[in-house]
Design a protein around this ligand. Structure first.
Ligand code: SGN
Ligand code: CA
Length: 512
C-alpha cells in the first residue's frame, strides 16, 4: 500500500478536514453583526408615523420598526445634543462622562463603544454631526460637520482636513456614508455612525421637497395656548412659537424690501447666502409668494401664533421627509448588497422636540416630548421578537446593547443595561424607573437646571439653582403634564415614595 493511503495517514487527513469544517461552521455561526447607528438631531417622535401619523408618513423609518422593533418607551437622560451624544458613546450618565452641556469639550480619551468594537476588529466610521468639540477618536474614518454645520453646501472636517460639500446636507451625509460602505474593507465587520444634522433649527428643507404638504393645515396641539399655571419653571421658558420664534430666521420671511428687521435676520441672510444660484431660485420661488401674503395679511395675536405654528410645521416636517427618503436609500443599499440580515440598523434622535405642545419648539425639559426620543431597531438575524418593546430604555443602554450583540463583554463601568435579551425573547429583569438630569443653564431658551425620576405612571421633577420648584405629574390622568400635583395632601405619600426612589437611583448612578 502506498504510504499516502496508510490508514493512519488517512485518519489524520479526515480528522484535519473535519476540524476545518468545524472551524468554518463556527466562524459562520458566530459571525458578528455589522452596525449602522443612524441618529438625527431634534427629531420628535410625533413626526414619525410609526409613533404618530397625524402629521406625516415616514415609510422608511417605519420600515425599520416593521421589520424589527419599535421602542414605545425610549428616553434620554439629558435632553440636549452634545450630552446625549456623549451618553450614547460611553454608556454613562453626564455626571460621569463629564459632558453636562453643549459648552464642554468631550474628553475623547474615554472608552466608547466604537473604540471597543475597533479593538475587536471592527472597521469604524463616523459621518455627519459630531458637536463634541474634541477630535473624534475610535474611528478608522470620520467626516464631521463643524459645530451645527449648515443645511446647504456645508463644510466637513474629513480626517482633519476642512472641505466643502455642495448639496443638501441630508443627501450629502447619506452619499458619504454609502460611499464609505462601498469602499470599506469587506473582509471586516463594520460599525457606521451616520449622524444627520436634520431636523435641527432652522429647519431648512431640501428645495426638491418645498411643495410637499401644500395646502395642509396641521392639527394644533390641545395645550398650544398653555398658561403654565403652577409650573414656574415652564413659565420662564424662551422657546415659545408665538413669542420667541424669529419671523425671518426661523420662519424665513426675509422680505426683499427689508421691512422685517428682526433680531436674527443677519444670521438667516448668511445661511441663505450659502446657497448657489439654482438653490436660491428654487427657494425664492417657494418663499417669496408666502412672504408677500404674510406682509399683506398683517396678522396679530392668536392668528399670528397659529400662522407661525403652521409655517414651522411645514419646514420641520419637510426636513423629516428628507431624512426618511435618505434612510430608505441606506436600507435599499443593505438589501442590494445582501447585508440586511446581519446588520443591526438603529434609528434614533439625540432627543425629542416640541411640535407646538405647551406652545413650544426646542427641547431640554423633562416633559414627555423632549424626554422621549424615537428608537427603532432592525436586525433580522438576531432580533427574535416583533412589534413593540414597552420597557423603559434610555440612551445609556445603547453602548452596552451593541457590545452585547457584537459578542463582547460589557465593561463594568457602563451604567446602561443591555436590552439584547429583551430582543431575543429571553427573560430579563428590567428597571422600573429612569433618572434624568439637565444642566445647561443659563441658556438661550431659559430652561432651568433640573433632575427627576419617571416611573411607568408618575414623574417627579426638581428645578434648582435660581429657583427651587418641584413638579409632580400623573401621566395616566394628565398625559399633557398640565397639572402639577406637588404639594397636594392627597399626593404626599406618593411624593415621599418617589423621592426615596429618586435617592436610590442617584446612589446607583453615583450622583454626588
Ligand atoms: C442652537 C440653537 C438652539 C438649540 C441649541 C442646542 N439655536 O444654539 O435653538 O437649542 O442649538 O441644540 S440656533 O439659532 O443656533 O439654531 S442642540 O441640538 O445642538 O443641542
Ligand atoms: Ca439635538
Amino acid at each position: 500500500m502506498p504510504k499516502l493511503f496508510h490508514p493512519i495517514v488517512l485518519a489524520v487527513f479526515f480528522l484535519f478536514l473535519y476540524s476545518c469544517q468545524e472551524k468554518m461552521a463556527q466562524t459562520h455561526t458566530t459571525e458578528v453583526p455589522n452596525i449602522i447607528f443612524i441618529m438625527t438631531d431634534d427629531h420628535a417622535y410625533q413626526a414619525m408615523s410609526a409613533y404618530d401619523d397625524r402629521y406625516l408618513q415616514t415609510p422608511n423609518l417605519d420600515r425599520i420598526a416593521k421589520e424589527g422593533v419599535l421602542f414605545t418607551n425610549s428616553f434620554v437622560s439629558n435632553s440636549i445634543c452634545a450630552p446625549s451624544r456623549a451618553v450614547m458613546l460611553t454608556g454613562k450618565h453626564s455626571h460621569l462622562n463629564g459632558q453636562r452641556d453643549n459648552f464642554t469639550r468631550f474628553d475623547s480619551s474615554q472608552a466608547t463603544f466604537p473604540k471597543y468594537l475597533q479593538q475587536a476588529g471592527y472597521q469604524t466610521a463616523l459621518i455627519g454631526k459630531w458637536h463634541l468639540k474634541s477630535q473624534p477618536t475610535g474611528f478608522d474614518h470620520w467626516e464631521v460637520l463643524i459645530g451645527q454645520g449648515n443645511y446647504y453646501n456645508t463644510d466637513f472636517i474629513e480626517n482633519g482636513q476642512r472641505k466643502r460639500s455642495e448639496g443638501y446636507v441630508t443627501d450629502v451625509i447619506t452619499d458619504k456614508s454609502l460611499s464609505w460602505l462601498e469602499t470599506r474593507d469587506k473582509e471586516k465587520p463594520f460599525c457606521l455612525l451616520l449622524h444627520h444634522k436634520a431636523t435641527h433649527r432652522i429647519w431648512m428643507p431640501d428645495t426638491a421637497l418645498l411643495n410637499q404638504f401644500a395646502g395642509i393645515d396641521f392639527p394644533v396641539p390641545d395645550n398650544f395656548f398653555d398658561d403654565y399655571k403652577d409650573r414656574e419653571a415652564a413659565a420662564a421658558h424662551v422657546m415659545g412659537i408665538y413669542r420667541d420664534m424669529d419671523l425671518v430666521y426661523d420662519l424665513k420671511m426675509m422680505d426683499k424690501a427689508g421691512a422685517l428687521q428682526t433680531q436674527y435676520r443677519k444670521n438667516y441672510e448668511n445661511m441663505y447666502g450659502r446657497m448657489n444660484a439654482q438653490q436660491k431660485a428654487a427657494w425664492d420661488a417657494y418663499y417669496l409668494p408666502i412672504i408677500d401674503q404674510f406682509m399683506a395679511a398683517d396678522l396679530q395675536g392668536e392668528a399670528l401664533a397659529l400662522w407661525k405654528y403652521q409655517r414651522y410645521m411645514q419646514d420641520y416636517l419637510k426636513c423629516v421627509q428628507s431624512v426618511d427618503n435618505n434612510v430608505g436609500r441606506v436600507l435599499d443599499y443593505l438589501e442590494e448588497q445582501g447585508l440586511a440580515e446581519n446588520t443591526i440598523v438603529v434609528y434614533t434622535s439625540d432627543q425629542g422636540f416640541y411640535l407646538g405642545e405647551h406652545g413650544w419648539f426646542d427641547k431640554r425639559f423633562m416633559y414627555e416630548q423632549s424626554l422621549r426620543t424615537p428608537l427603532a431597531m432592525r436586525f433580522p438575524k438576531g432580533i427574535k421578537i416583533k412589534g413593540s418593546v414597552n420597557q423603559m430604555v434610555q440612551n445609556i443602554d445603547y453602548a452596552p446593547t451593541l457590545l452585547d450583540f457584537a459578542g463582547l463583554d460589557i465593561p463594568e463601568d457602563m451604567q446602561g443595561l443591555s436590552f439584547k435579551k429583551i430582543l431575543t425573547g429571553e427573560d430579563q429583569a428590567w428597571r422600573e424607573s429612569i433618572y434624568y438630569h439637565y444642566y445647561e443653564f443659563p441658556n438661550e431658551h431659559g430652561v432651568k437646571k433640573h433632575y427627576g425620576i419617571r416611573t411607568d405612571r408618575y414623574k417627579l421633577i426638581h428645578f434648582y439653582e435660581d429657583i427651587d420648584e418641584w413638579e409632580l405629574f400623573d401621566l395616566k390622568t394628565d398625559p399633557e403634564e398640565m397639572f402639577n400635583l406637588y404639594g397636594q395632601k392627597a399626593y404626599d405619600t406618593l411624593t415621599t415614595d418617589l423621592k426615596q426612589q429618586l435617592t436610590k437611583l442617584q446612589k446607583v448612578y453615583q450622583v454626588n
